[in-house]
Design a protein around this ligand. Sequence first.
Ligand code: SAH
Length: 452
Amino acid sequence: MLIKDNKYTVEIEDLGHSGEGVAKIDGFTIFVAQGVPGDIVEIKITLLKKNYALGKIIKIIKASDSRVKPLCPLANTCGGCQVMHIDYKHQLKMKEKRVKDTLERIGKINTELLPIIGMENPYEYRNKAQMPVGVLDGKAILGFFKKGTHDIVDTDYCYIQAPINSEIIKLVKQYIESYKISVYDEKTGKGLLRHLVTKVAFKTGEIMVVLVTKSKKLAHTEQLVEMLLREVKGIKSIVQNINEKNTNVIMGDENIVLYGENKIVDYIGNLKFNISAQSFFQVNPVQTEILYKKALEYAELKGEERVIDIYCGIGTISLFLAQKAKKVVGVEIVESAIKDARENARINNINNAEFYTGRAEEVIPKLYENGFYAHVVVVDPPRKGCDEKVLETIVKMKPRRVVYVSCNPATLGRDLAYLEERGYKTVKVQPVDMFPHSAHVECIALLQRTNM
Ligand code: SAH
């Protein structure tokens, strides 16, 4: 029996879903923050529950071969990167293993698991940063939230962001200090400047800076605009977004354009996308392109197919596929995303893509009842996976192929098993590393109908 606050020596055997180390004592699971498989560490039990315990490393007795000193000095405090203390090659191996273990354990899926596609340069890959602003001892701080809290870790440089992000941080801090700009306090709901959001279009070089404020009355914006334009090349848009609510949602509905346009433009592959302050866009454009090319490859389109893209977001996958299909129908719950999808279709002169707003579990059965069928179905659901109604209707529609894009191996395993029991076979699963140094792993799976 383990005892709280006691110390134990353990070997870290595995990685948990959030990148924490997993050790066992007499079969009892202990999650050890910052533990790396292969480490032998002395830990102190900080929390003891019925089925698991949490342990804190007191001393590393023998470091795992995969342990490295993180490039970022804030890696252990900031909640952004969970596994930067693991060598990138090993991060990839561990993600691959997690996919394999999860699919085998949850779905009993026996399939071809392809080697994970990692990044050549696993740094500076993010095109968007959303950073809360605060004050500490009278000084403006700006950065990311500390692990599991809403305390801000003051950040001057983020190693996974496009480097220009740091320049913008520096200038906005200067602006706050020079003009004594009031800073929002989440606890009291008082103060003005809430968040700094930066967006960088990797293909076009266009940059957007968004200052999220509690009310409209932001002073000295001309000086801010002048300073940003002078110091940062490529700024196409500076926007003030007003969010009056006391919520965790970062942006409000109202935008005031302080400079330039209300949007920037980027490309994924040959497709053009308009990105506004609020609109969603994939944060790792390099890996997104790889992932969506896989979706296109797995869909094996010849030009005559009808395709449904379920959970389509701003229609990125739909538009990729529309170039090779007869018709694509996208379904998505967020109305503004559908508006963006239609706009993106228009600016790319794509006329064979149609988009519907609504819950997939309601829209898809309705489409089916109205006689709609598809040769190929693509799904890209949120972490909780596909609603059973959606899977049930896919089975009824009998598409030849299902392409499943997933950000959660556990629900992927569950849903693949459901489809395998009903006439489909998982041909292959390809993991793609969309978020180096985080614990996330994305997969794309191809299923084929067995009774053709
Ligand atoms: N492929 C998309 C991203 C998909 S992310 C792109 O490239 O933009 C998952 C999407 O599912 C999100 O856009 C989310 O808003 C949407 N979603 C979540 N629950 C849903 C539901 N019940 N019905 C339809 N869409 C849903």
